[in-house]
Write a protein that binds this ligand. Structure first.
Ligand code: NAP
Length: 298
């Protein structure tokens, strides 16, 4: 195959569904070997079978990115099985409940931070341990809503993506002359489980009724952002470390809004979209978790 990515080994965290598996397919189509990880061993097995059935070379390893040891094990698995790693994509992410911050149980809020912040930190750390000595490699961190500013009612998710953008740009500065490319990518809205399986704090359900309309207007198929990530991993970005790329195009949003307006005007039926909502009890007023009194002596 003539593709510049032919034979390269690409690790994708959260590579078993949504954008992750779409990127795995796109890298596979470009001739790359793909290693996917996610928490569910069964999903990993199914994703590997799917990617192999499409004609690609693929491997996988069950890995929760919030645990550094598991991310290291993912790297070791890729190296033992395929002998090299050329691209690492920190894609695993979770949305967390919709609602105001003090109403969200700390355990739910922290799950988002552990996945989106610690997960991306672990993946970046592990990838750089490998890329820096070999003086090449591409690290791609997947951003999301909130990377450019605060988003009320989605504070855990949005602030984690703001942190990730800042973290990625700092890494790019620190290792500017290392030969390693460090990039951030915001794929824009996609109708994946992240958006169609929503947790909401009790009392805030009404506000999410608009979600199907928003998804119909603005969500794009996963294939376009997946292709863009393949581009980011390729030679077009050589020497361009620190690049932040966004898939969102204002024209697409306008076209989506016009399409939805026309549909309503013509009283056409809305395309079906399966949404799942889980209501969680509000934490406000609940007893605060017990914290040991701690004095910091120096
Ligand atoms: N959908 C959107 O509109 C949108 C917009 C902008 C950015 N993004 C970003 O795109 C990325 C992919 O999102 P998506 O929409 O494809 O979501 P998705 O369909 O929910 O897929 C998330 C993937 O991450 C895995 N995952 C979740 N928590 C994990 C953990 N702790 N450790 C390892 N894997 C974990 C999931 O598998 P398991 O559950 O089996 O672990 C799954 O494979 C995320 O970083 C998200 O923030 C999405």
């Amino acid at each position: 195959m003539n593709s510049p990515l032919a034979g390269k080994v690409v690790v994708i965290t959260g590579g078993t569904r949504g954008l992750g598996v779409a990127m795995a397919e796109a890298f596979g189509d470009a001739g790359a070997v793909v290693v996917v990880g996610s928490r569910s061993a069964r999903s990993v097995e199914e994703a590997v079978a799917h990617l192999t059935a499409r004609g690609g070379r693929a491997g996988g390893y069950a890995c929760d990115v919030s645990d550094l040891a598991q991310v290291q094990a993912l790297k070791e698995h890729a190296l033992t099985t395929f002998g090299q790693i050329d691209v690492w994509v920190n894609n695993a992410g979770t949305g967390g409940p919709y609602g105001p911050t003090a109403h969200i149980p700390p355990v739910e809020f922290e799950t988002v931070l552990r996945t989106n912040i610690f997960g991306a930190y672990h993946g970046s750390w592990v990838a750089l341990q490998h890329f820096l000595p070999q003086k090449h490699g591409k690290l791609i961190n997947i951003l999301g809503q909130g990377e450019q500013g605060p988003v009320a009612m989605q504070n855990a998710y949005a602030s984690s993506k703001g942190w990730l953008r800042s973290f990625t740009l700092a890494l790019a500065k620190e290792y500017a002359d290392s030969g390693v490319g460090i990039f951030a990518f915001n794929p824009g809205m996609m109708a994946t489980e992240l958006l169609t399986q929503l947790d909401v704090v009790a009392g805030y359900e009404e506000r999410l009724k608009i979600m199907p309309t928003i998804i119909r207007m603005f969500a794009k198929p996963v294939s376009a952002p997946a292709q863009k990530v393949v581009w980011l991993a390729g030679p077009a970005t050589d020497g361009r470390t620190g690049l932040v790329v966004r898939q969102f195009k204002p024209w697409d949003a306008l076209a989506g809004a016009l399409r939805e307006g026309m549909r309503r005007l013509l009283k056409q039926e809305a395309p079906s979209l399966e949404m799942h909502y889980r209501t969680i009890p509000a934490a406000l007023g609940a007893e605060a978790p017990h914290i040991e009194n701690h004095t910091n002596r120096q």
